[in-house]
Structures are given as structure tokens and as C-alpha cells.
Design a protein around this ligand. Structure first.
Ligand code: ZN
Length: 322
């Protein structure tokens, strides 16, 4: 564990609560964090904290995340990441003058740190790239709003395999193995919650997001990886996919303040196709033979198709109307 890892944990320990009893936590030596009732959790040598009590099996194993990291490094997600960065930058630089005039003061305090949680961060690539993108001088239209703010990235995932890769590859981010359904955070900790190609838990999101915080969710569109979907599921009902239910659920919980669609084609070679098949939930339940067959037929371009939705918590209305 590096000095930097230690610093990130000790500086941010106050945002954590014990996932068992809800008490505040403190760092104990170099190896663990502990609550007032002595529930104890490991700090891994690689610098992340494991807040899961029982390490159940997740479908997202380490191999899957290794494949996803390889696909990420090819640039497959770059147009999506760039669009998320632009949207976040725009919301921040609008500086409270978004359509309904709701103030985003949480993001406007230039000297404070802006806390960005990636809920379901997997192997960490998206969060690391988004923070780099926001810090990038090229995005000058909102740079002045960010230059004195410190962006703190916090990534959680239930997969230890994913977090291990994240902690190894991306420094300066607080990485935690934790359950999205019962996050180990005190109330109202975050200015931005990212939820990228991962299931949501709106109850928890509303609890841990600041009153004027922003949730940014990325969902796949029906054309996402349609080439793979067709190859795997031709003439079955799984060939069709709709994200309407996902969008409806979002708008029940958060006021939508912006949406954007991102569509592009991406060229890939046969090795990249292999990793793409390994990383996508589309291939779960598909037989090894079928996967092999699709690998061999070869698909040399695939479609990236996503909807990015930004929203603010609806609990605001409740408070205003009281
Ligand atoms: Zn406890």
C-alpha cells in the first residue's frame, strides 16, 4: 500500500459508516478499519477497503473485468466517456442556470472537493477516465469552474476482482468493495453519482446524494452490440431489448435535467472480439459452442449505443412543499 493510498483512506474515513451497525468508522493501523462496535474490515495491500461481510460469488468475476479492461483500453468506450465528461462539464459550468433554475451550489463551491461516486464501477476505467477528462485543460469552456476544486473519485463494486484491477491501475481514487444495495456511506455524501452500465439502487442513491447533487446514469440502447445480440439470439425474444423500463424507473426517482444519445461504430480484431464476448452480460447463458462459433464467424465492427441521463433527486420537492 502506498502513502497515497493511506492518505486517501484516512482523509475520507468520515464518509464511511459500518455496513453492519451503521456506526462511524476509524482506521486501525495499516490493515483494517473498525467501527465503535468492533466490526472490522480489511484494508488490502493494494490499497482498497473490503466492506463485504460474506464474499459471495458474483457473476462478475475477475476474468470478466480483465476482458472489460482490455476492451476499455482499445478505446471502445471513448465516445461514451467523452459525452459523459461534456455533459458533466456543462452542468457544472451552467452554474445553477439549468432549465428550471435550480441552483447547483454543491458544485459551485470552488474551494471544496467535488465528490464523485461511481456506483458499480467494475474495474474502474470509466471513473478514472472521467476524472481525467474533467481535469483536462482542453475542456476550457468549464475549466474555470473546476480549476480550484478538487475532484475526489470514489468507486464501489461488489466484485472484489473488479476492485483489485481498479486499485492496481488507477491511483488517487478511493476504491471499495461494497454492496450497492447497502452502501457503506453516511447520508448525503456525494455531489455526483455515476451509474454506468450497472444496476441502480435509487433508495440508496437518494440517501447518499447531496440535496443538489446529480445522478448520471448510462444505459445501453437497443442497438448496443446488436451484432452480437443477433449472432447469439437470432429469432429468439432475447434478440429484442428495450431500455424503456429502466428510463421509467429513473424518472420516478429523479428529475431528469438532461439526456443524450451516443451512437457509433467500432472496429475490432478477432482477439478484441473474444474479450468483448467475455465481458458482456449478453453472453451469459450462451453455450461455449455458440460463443466459439460466433468468435470464428468473426464480427469486425460493433455498435456502441447508449443513453446518458442526468437527474436530481426528487426528495427536493418533498422538502420544498413542507
Ligand atoms: Zn459496526
Amino acid at each position: 500500500m502506498t502513502e497515497q493510498d493511506k492518505l486517501i483512506i484516512s482523509e475520507n474515513i468520515a464518509m464511511l459508516k459500518c455496513p453492519v451497525c451503521g456506526d462511524r468508522m476509524s482506521v486501525q493501523g495499516n490493515k483494517s478499519i473498525v467501527c465503535l462496535n468492533n466490526h472490522c474490515f480489511d484494508i488490502a495491500k493494494k490499497g482498497y477497503v473490503n466492506l463485504l461481510q460474506n464474499h459471495g460469488n458474483s457473476k462478475y468475476d475477475k476474468k470478466l473485468f480483465q476482458s472489460r479492461n482490455i476492451i476499455s483500453q482499445t478505446g471502445f468506450f471513448d465516445p461514451l466517456i467523452e459525452a459523459v465528461v461534456q455533459m458533466m462539464g456543462k452542468i457544472i459550468s451552467d452554474n445553477g442556470s439549468i432549465s428550471d433554475n435550480r441552483s447547483i451550489s454543491a458544485l459551485d463551491l470552488k474551494t471544496k472537493s467535488i465528490k464523485i461516486l461511481d456506483a458499480g464501477c467494475g474495474e474502474g476505467f470509466h471513473l478514472a477516465r472521467i476524472i481525467n477528462g474533467l481535469n483536462d485543460q482542453e475542456h476550457q469552456e468549464y475549466q474555470e469552474y473546476l480549476e480550484t476544486a478538487h475532484l475526489l473519485g470514489v468507486g464501489i463494486d461488489i466484485s472484489k476482482g473488479g476492485i483489485q484491477i481498479a486499485a492496481k491501475n488507477y491511483q488517487d481514487i478511493f476504491w471499495l468493495v461494497a454492496d450497492l444495495a447497502k452502501t457503506p456511506f453516511m447520508d448525503q455524501q456525494f455531489d455526483v453519482i455515476l451509474n454506468i452500465l450497472s444496476p441502480a439502487n435509487y433508495g440508496e442513491f437518494k440517501r447518499i446524494i447531496g440535496d443538489e447533487g446529480i445522478l448520471i446514469k448510462v444505459v445501453p440502447d437497443s442497438d448496443y452490440l446488436k451484432e452480437l445480440r443477433t449472432a447469439f439470439y437470432q429469432e429468439t425474444d432475447k434478440e429484442l431489448y428495450s431500455n424503456k423500463m429502466v428510463l421509467d424507473l429513473f424518472s420516478k426517482n429523479f428529475h431528469i435535467i438532461d439526456t443524450q444519445k451516443v451512437n457509433y461504430e467500432f472496429k475490432l480484431n478477432s482477439e478484441e472480439l473474444h474479450h468483448l464476448i467475455k465481458m458482456t452480460p449478453l453472453s451469459w447463458g450462451v453455450s461455449e459452442e455458440k460463443m466459439q462459433e460466433v468468435s470464428e464467424i468473426g464480427i469486425n465492427r460493433v455498435t456502441g449505443a447508449f443513453t446518458i441521463i442526468a437527474g436530481m433527486p426528487k426528495k427536493l420537492d418533498f422538502k420544498k412543499n413542507r
